[in-house]
Write a protein that binds this ligand. Structure first.
Ligand SMILES: Nc1ncnc2c1ncn2[C@@H]1O[C@H](COP(=O)(O)OP(=O)(O)OP(=O)(O)O)[C@@H](O)[C@H]1O
Ligand SMILES: CC(=O)C(=O)O
Ligand SMILES: [K+]
Ligand SMILES: [Mg+2]
Length: 591
C-alpha cells in the first residue's frame, strides 16, 4: 500500500529531534519495508546521536502491537529519497517529499519563497542528476535549444516527467528558444577555443571542413560580412574576448585579437562602432527563426510548461506566438516568457511584459547589448514592472558563475544573489553552473541557503519598501479578486498567520496572492497537474494538487485532514483561506 511506504521518509519519525540525525534534503535513510501492513515507527533514544559508531535505532512494530524488529538507521549519504508512489485519486493530495520535509522541519513560515530554475546540460541530464536537483529544490528545469538535439531534449523532458510521476515532484519544464541573433558555430566539436593577444582570426559564414582550420570561426548570420566594417570591434560573449576587424575578403572577415580569452561553442557575437552596438541588417532578424518555430512545435508536442523567447523586440511577436500555441495545443496552458536581453526589449518593456505570461532578465546577452553598469538598474526596473503587472520574473545569468569551476561562490556572487532575492524576484536561474559546471548541486544549495537567509532577514526587519500595486484585471470581478488578495495578504501579515490557503482552478488567485509577497507561505491547491507545475515558478507559492468542490467548508475540512494526516499542519495553526470560487476571506485555526 502506497501510504505505508510513505512512512519511510525520515520526517515521519516521531522521536524527539535530538535523538535522530537531523534529516537534510540529500540525506535519506535506506530502510527495507518488510511487510506491506500498516506500521508504526518509534525511534529509540538510547543511541548517541553524536557517535558515528552507534547508529540510532528505530523500532518498527506491526500495527504498533507486536514486539517489532530492530532496524538500524545509518545516517550516511544516500543520493535519492526512497521512491514513493503518489496517489492521484480524489482522496489524496500531491506534494513531493522534499516540500513535505521542509514544511515539517522548518515550520512553514521559514520555507523558501524564491524559486529556482536550473538549466539542464551534460552535467545534469541523467535521471539521478535530475533527481538530485529536484531534491535540492529545483522548481523549473530549463532546456536551451541553442544546444543539443531535439532527441537529447526529449530524453531530458521524459526523465523530468518520470521524476514527477514517481516521486511526486512538480518540476516544470521551460524550453528556451535559440533566437536568430548572431553567434559563432559549434567549434567543430571542440569544447572551447583560445584566442591569444595579437592573433589574426577569420570569422566567416562559410562552414569550414573538419577538422576546423586553425584560427577560424564559423558565424551563423549570412549578412555578417556585409554588416561589419573595418575598424569595428567584435565582442565574443559580451567581451570575454575582443577582436578588431582589420580586413574583409568576400565572406571572410579577418580580425585581430585585442583582448585574449576563451571562446565557448555558439558564443554570442556583437559588433560595436564608435562605442555603440551596431544594428544594421541584423536588426531585422526575426525574433523567432524558422528553426525556432520547429523547436516551438516540438515544445507544444512535448507539452512543456513554459516557452521562453529569446531576443524579444516587441509585444507583437508574443501575441503571435500565443495565438499560435492556442491554435495548436488543446488546453493551451503553455506560458510564454519574454526574455529581456536586447536594446529593443528595453524600449518596449511594458507592452512586452503585458503581452507575456512572465519575463526573464537575461543578463548574459543584455550585458552584451547595453553597458554593463546599466544592467543592475535594468534588472531592478524589469523586476518591478513584472510585479506591478502580476507576471512572474526570473533573474538569470552569472549568478554563481565561478561555481562552474569552484565549489564555493565569490562574495560578490553571494551579494548579487542576495540583491535579486531582496528585490523579491520570483525566481533565480542557474545557467552554466548547472548545465556544464562541476558543482551543480552545490550551486543550487547556495541559491537555496542565500534565499532563505535573506528572506528571513528581510521579514524580521520589515525592510521591504511598500509597493503600490495597481489594478491589473479588466473586469469588476477581477478587481474584487485583487482586493481580496491584497486584503488577505495584509491581514496575514498583521495577524501573523501561519499560512494562506488558496483554492484555485486556473492559478490566477494564487498568483495575485504571490504578487502581494506576504510574510507567510501560500498553500495553493489546484486540481490540475499542469497548473500545479506552472505555479511552481511563482514566489512564495507551495502548490498542491488536490480535488476540490464548490463547497469551501468541505474543501477546508478535507485539506486540513489530509495535511494533518501527513503532519504538514497541526491543530491550532492559524490560516487564512481564500478561493477562486467563493470570493471570500476566512480566518480560522486548524481544528
Ligand atoms: N543542452 C546542452 N548541451 C550542451 N551544453 C549545454 C547545453 N545547455 C547548456 N550548455 C552549456 O552551458 C552553457 C550555459 O548554458 P545557457 O543555456 O545558460 O547558455 P546562455 O548562453 O547563457 O543562454 P542563451 O543561449 O539563452 O543566451 C552553454 O554555453 C553551454 O556551454
Ligand atoms: C539566459 C540568457 O539567455 C542570457 O542571459 O542571455
Ligand atoms: K536560448
Ligand atoms: Mg541570451
Amino acid at each position: 500500500m502506497a501510504h505505508s511506504l510513505h512512512l519511510f521518509t525520515p520526517s515521519h519519525l516521531t522521536a524527539p529531534k535530538h535523538s535522530l540525525p537531523k534529516p537534510s534534503y540529500n540525506r535519506w535513510f535506506p530502510v527495507t519495508l518488510l511487510s506491506p501492513k500498516l506500521i508504526s515507527i518509534k525511534a529509540s533514544t538510547s543511541a548517541d546521536p553524536n557517535s558515528s559508531t552507534t547508529p540510532p535505532q528505530v523500532l518498527i512494530s506491526d500495527n504498533g502491537t507486536g514486539p517489532g524488529e530492530i532496524l538500524s538507521f545509518t545516517p550516511q549519504e544516500y543520493d535519492t529519497p526512497p521512491s514513493q508512489s503518489i496517489l492521484s485519486d480524489s482522496s489524496s493530495i500531491d506534494v513531493d517529499a522534499v516540500t513535505e520535509v521542509e514544511l515539517k522541519e522548518n515550520g512553514f513560515r521559514s520555507t523558501r519563497r524564491t524559486k529556482m530554475v536550473c538549466t539542464i546540460g551534460p552535467a545534469t541530464c541523467g535521471f539521478e542528476e535530475l533527481e538530485a536537483l529536484a531534491v535540492g529544490g529545483m522548481n523549473v528545469a530549463r532546456i536551451n535549444m541553442c544546444h543539443g538535439t531535439r532527441e537529447w531534449h526529449k530524453r531530458v523532458i521524459e526523465r523530468v516527467r518520470r521524476l514527477n510521476e514517481e516521486k511526486g515532484f512538480a518540476v516544470a519544464i521551460m524550453m528556451d528558444t535559440e533566437g536568430s541573433e548572431i553567434h559563432m558555430g559549434d567549434l567543430g566539436g571542440a569544447s572551447s577555443a583560445k584566442a591569444e593577444d595579437g592573433e589574426i582570426w577569420t570569422f566567416s559564414v562559410r562552414a569550414f571542413d573538419l577538422p576546423r582550420p586553425e584560427r577560424t570561426i564559423n558565424v551563423n548570420y549570412d549578412g555578417f560580412a556585409e554588416d561589419v566594417k573595418v575598424g569595428d570591434e567584435l565582442l565574443v560573449d559580451g567581451g570575454m574576448v575582443r577582436f578588431e576587424v582589420i580586413e574583409k575578403i568576400g565572406p571572410d572577415v579577418k580580425c585581430r585579437c585585442t583582448d585574449p580569452g576563451l571562446m565557448l561553442p555558439r558564443a554570442n557575437l556583437t559588433f560595436w562602432r564608435d562605442g555603440s552596438l551596431v544594428r544594421e541588417r541584423n536588426a531585422m532578424l526575426p525574433t523567432i527563426s524558422s528553426k525556432d518555430w520547429l523547436d516551438i512545435d516540438f515544445g507544444i508536442a512535448e507539452g512543456v510548461d513554459f516557452i521562453a523567447i529569446s531576443f524579444v523586440k516587441s509585444a507583437e511577436v508574443i501575441n503571435h506566438l500565443k495565438s499560435y500555441i492556442a491554435a495548436r495545443s488543446r488546453d493551451s496552458d503553455i506560458a510564454v516568457i519574454a526574455k529581456i536581453e536586447s536594446i529593443d526589449s528595453l524600449k518596449n518593456l511594458e507592452e512586452i511584459i503585458l503581452a507575456s505570461d512572465g519575463a526573464m532578465v537575461a543578463r548574459g546577452d543584455l550585458g552584451a547589448q547595453i553597458p554593463l553598469e546599466q544592467v543592475p538598474s535594468a534588472q531592478q526596473k524589469i523586476v518591478q514592472i513584472c510585479r506591478q503587472l502580476n507576471k512572474p520574473v526570473i533573474v538569470a545569468s552569472q549568478l554563481l558563475e565561478s561555481m562552474i569551476e569552484y565549489p564555493t561562490p565569490t562574495r560578490a556572487e553571494v551579494a548579487d544573489v542576495s540583491e535579486a532575492v531582496r528585490q523579491r524576484a520570483d525566481a533565480l536561474m542557474l545557467s552554466g553552473e548547472s548545465a556544464m559546471g562541476q558543482y551543480p548541486d552545490k550551486a543550487l544549495a547556495v541559491l537555496r541557503s542565500v534565499s532563505v537567509r535573506i528572506e528571513k532577514w528581510w521579514r524580521e526587519e520589515k525592510r521591504y519598501e511598500a509597493m503600490e500595486l495597481p489594478a491589473v484585471g479588466s473586469s469588476f470581478s477581477d478587481n474584487i479578486s485583487e482586493e481580496i488578495c491584497s486584503s488577505a495578504a495584509k491581514m496575514a501579515n498583521n495577524l501573523g498567520v501561519d499560512a494562506i490557503f488558496v483554492y484555485t482552478k486556473t492559478g490566477h488567485m494564487a498568483s495575485l496572492l504571490s504578487r502581494c509577497r506576504p510574510d507567510c507561505p501560500i498553500f495553493a491547491f489546484t486540481s490540475t497537474k499542469s497548473v500545479r507545475r506552472r505555479l511552481n515558478l511563482q514566489w512564495g507559492l507551495i502548490p498542491f494538487r488536490v480535488n476540490f468542490s464548490d463547497d469551501m467548508e468541505s474543501n477546508l475540512n478535507k485539506t486540513f485532514s489530509l495535511l494533518k494526516a501527513r503532519g504538514m499542519v497541526k491543530s491550532g495553526d492559524l490560516v487564512i483561506a481564500v478561493s477562486d470560487l467563493l470570493q471570500s476571506i476566512q480566518v480560522m485555526n486548524v481544528p
